[in-house]
Design a protein around this ligand. Structure first.
Ligand SMILES: *Cc1c(COP(=O)(O)O)cnc(C)c1O
Length: 353
């Protein structure tokens, strides 16, 4: 009997396809919600000062200095023992799912929300349970709790819709969840709201954050989670040692020590541009969803065709096909006014095709 090499792989993995969205270079890239206002200056300086030893030796096992700096940034009484870091928040989410659920358990999440969650669910042998948003594009707290899932994932502000979850909905889920609640706050800096304080009070909740978005360090891959020590410690076991590279760790520390004002200023600019962009889109006859993040979701007739035409005009945006309750839509990251002008021209051109 002959077996192909593929037969030797885990059966459930064969149905998972590689995450590979269109990332062809484009003059103006508004497709991934990163900080388009540049790099925190102290982080860049730290990278330039790196010496050979930082590269030949292993980095700190669990990035204790970085955890201390993150705890002080987060506030709410958090200490290093309440923080776990990772190779991007993707790694932290994956590790948390593995730490809190056995294969065969279920994970509930709003639909639409962050596209990696059903993928991480299946990679860890979990049953994905998507829960539709309400008609006003909010999370359906009752329905989420009613799943009795081992893990409830919520994303606030939600990617790709942009809405922050109402505080009452979050509180309801935390109070009534059967298992662990993971709150993804990749865009919390833009919303100027956070559930960290709730998580720190206990009751099975951790908040997952990243330095990829507001902090402008996506290329370095630094994510983290904060919550009760008992939960965070389990995620740390699951993620394993050496997940934050030496260069990434140093640059992230430098940004937390010296660049917070820089970050705050760019967040303010992004929030202003988000309102501007939504206003301009409404004037053009579109109906963008309200956003508390640094991106706007715009329903359109045919997202793939529009995104292709915009790309031909030098602007990359992220198309979504047939989102539940929304239909086709484009997700546009906000950036400096020149980029927004180019985006609106490309959109006008694409819409007239
Ligand atoms: C971008 C994003 C992440 C992933 O960020 P990394 O830290 O770069 O892995 C996580 N969650 C959401 C909702 C995101 O949009």
């Amino acid at each position: 009997m002959t077996t192909s090499d593929l037969d030797l792989a885990r059966e459930s993995y064969r149905q998972i396809s590689l995450y590979a969205p269109d990332r062809e270079p484009c003059a103006i890239d508004l497709s991934d919600n990163t900080n388009l206002w540049g790099v925190p200056p102290s982080a860049l300086a730290a990278l330039r000062e790196v010496r050979g030893e930082a590269v030949t030796r292993y980095p700190p096992l669990y990035a204790d200095d970085l955890k201390r700096a993150l705890a002080s940034y987060i506030g709410c009484g958090a200490t290093a023992a309440n923080v776990v870091t990772g190779c991007g928040s993707d790694d932290v989410l994956d590790s948390a799912i593995r730490a809190f659920a056995e294969p065969g358990d279920s994970i509930a999440y709003p639909d639409p929300s962050f596209g990696m969650i059903p993928i991480f669910a299946r990679m860890n042998g979990l049953r994905p349970v998507p829960v539709p948003l309400t008609s006003s594009f909010d999370i359906d707290a009752e329905a989420m709790v009613a799943t009795r899932a081992r893990i409830i994932y919520i994303c606030s502000p939600n990617n790709p819709t942009g809405a922050a979850a109402p505080a009452a909905a979050i509180a309801h889920i935390i109070k009534n969840a059967w298992g662990v609640v993971l709150i993804d706050e990749a865009y919390a800096e833009f919303a100027r709201a956070s559930s960290v304080e709730l998580a720190m009070r206990g009751r099975g909740t951790i908040v997952v954050r990243t330095m990829s978005k507001a902090f402008g360090l996506a290329g370095l891959r630094v994510g983290y989670a904060v919550g009760p020590h008992e939960l965070v410690g389990e995620v740390e076991k699951s993620r394993g040692p050496y997940k934050v590279g030496a260069l990434a760790g140093r640059a992230a520390l430098a940004a937390l020590d010296n660049d917070l004002a820089w970050v705050r200023e760019r967040v303010d600019l992004a929030v202003d541009q988000c309102e501007e962009l939504a206003g301009a889109l409404r004037k053009m006859g579109f109906a963008p969803l309200p956003s508390a993040a640094n991106f706007v979701l715009v329903p359109v007739a045919s997202a793939a065709a529009m995104a292709r035409a915009m790309r031909a005009a030098g602007v990359a945006v992220r198309p979504f096909a047939d989102l539940p309750g929304i239909g086709d839509a484009l997700r546009i990251t906000v950036g400096p006014p020149v980029m927004m002008d180019a985006c609106l021209s490309a959109l006008t051109e694409a819409a007239s095709c």
